[in-house]
Design a protein around this ligand. Structure first.
Ligand code: ZN
Length: 180
C-alpha cells in the first residue's frame, strides 16, 4: 500500500487523490488505488494537475479523485461510467487562487496550445447547490481523443466545444471497461 504522503507530483500526494469524507472507506479506497492500473493513471493525473498548477501559480485543493465502486455507491447519483472510477479524473477548487472561471479559461487555452503534460479528456466547469468546482480528466478512453469543454449547472451537462489538442491522445491504458 502506498503511503498517503507519497508524492505523485511535486504538489500532489497519493493521499490527496485517494480520499473521501466517507472516512470508513478510505483504507479500502487506498488499497485499490495502490495497484495498477489505477496508480499508473493517478500518477498521470497528478502530473496533469501539476501542469495546471504551474499555469495558474496557485495551490489547488482536490475535492475528489479516485472513486472505488464502493465509494461511488456511497456517494450516490454519480455515473457508473465516471472517469473518477478509473483514476483518470479529479475535481478541484482553488480557495487561494484566481476565480475558478479564470482557471477554467486558462485550462481551455492550454488545451489549445498543447501546454499541459497530457491531453485533457474533459474539462467541466461545474456548479451545483452553491458549490463551484472544476472536473478535469485524462484523455485515455479507448478511441476517444478527448478535448471536451463542458459546463454543468447542477442539472445538466452542456458541451461548449471540442478542442483538437495538438498532442495525440494517450495510448489506451488496459482497463476493465468502465462502460458496457
Ligand atoms: Zn468529477
Amino acid at each position: 500500500m502506498i503511503e498517503p504522503e507519497h508524492k505523485l507530483a511535486p504538489n500532489f500526494t497519493f493521499g490527496e487523490l485517494a480520499t473521501t469524507s466517507h472516512t470508513s472507506l478510505i483504507p479500502s479506497l487506498r488499497a485499490e488505488a495502490s495497484k495498477e492500473p489505477i496508480i499508473g493513471r493517478l500518477r498521470m493525473l497528478a502530473e496533469l494537475l501539476q501542469g495546471v498548477r504551474g499555469l495558474i501559480g496557485a495551490p489547488m485543493r482536490v475535492t475528489s479523485g479516485y472513486r472505488s465502486v464502493a465509494l461511488n455507491r456511497a456517494i450516490g447519483g454519480s455515473s457508473r461510467r465516471s472517469q473518477h472510477m478509473t483514476g483518470s479524473a479529479a475535481d478541484f477548487v482553488c480557495p487561494k487562487g484566481p476565480p475558478l472561471d479564470e482557471v477554467f479559461a486558462v485550462i481551455v487555452q492550454a488545451m489549445r496550445d498543447g501546454s499541459l503534460p497530457y491531453p485533457v479528456g474533459q474539462v467541466i466547469n461545474e456548479r451545483s447547490g452553491g458549490a463551484h468546482w472544476i472536473h478535469i480528466s485524462l484523455a485515455n478512453r479507448e478511441g476517444d481523443p478527448g478535448g471536451q469543454v463542458m459546463t454543468y449547472d447542477g442539472r445538466r451537462y452542456r458541451r461548449v466545444e471540442r478542442i483538437q489538442q495538438p498532442h495525440p491522445a494517450l495510448q489506451p491504458v488496459p482497463v476493465q471497461r468502465d462502460d458496457d
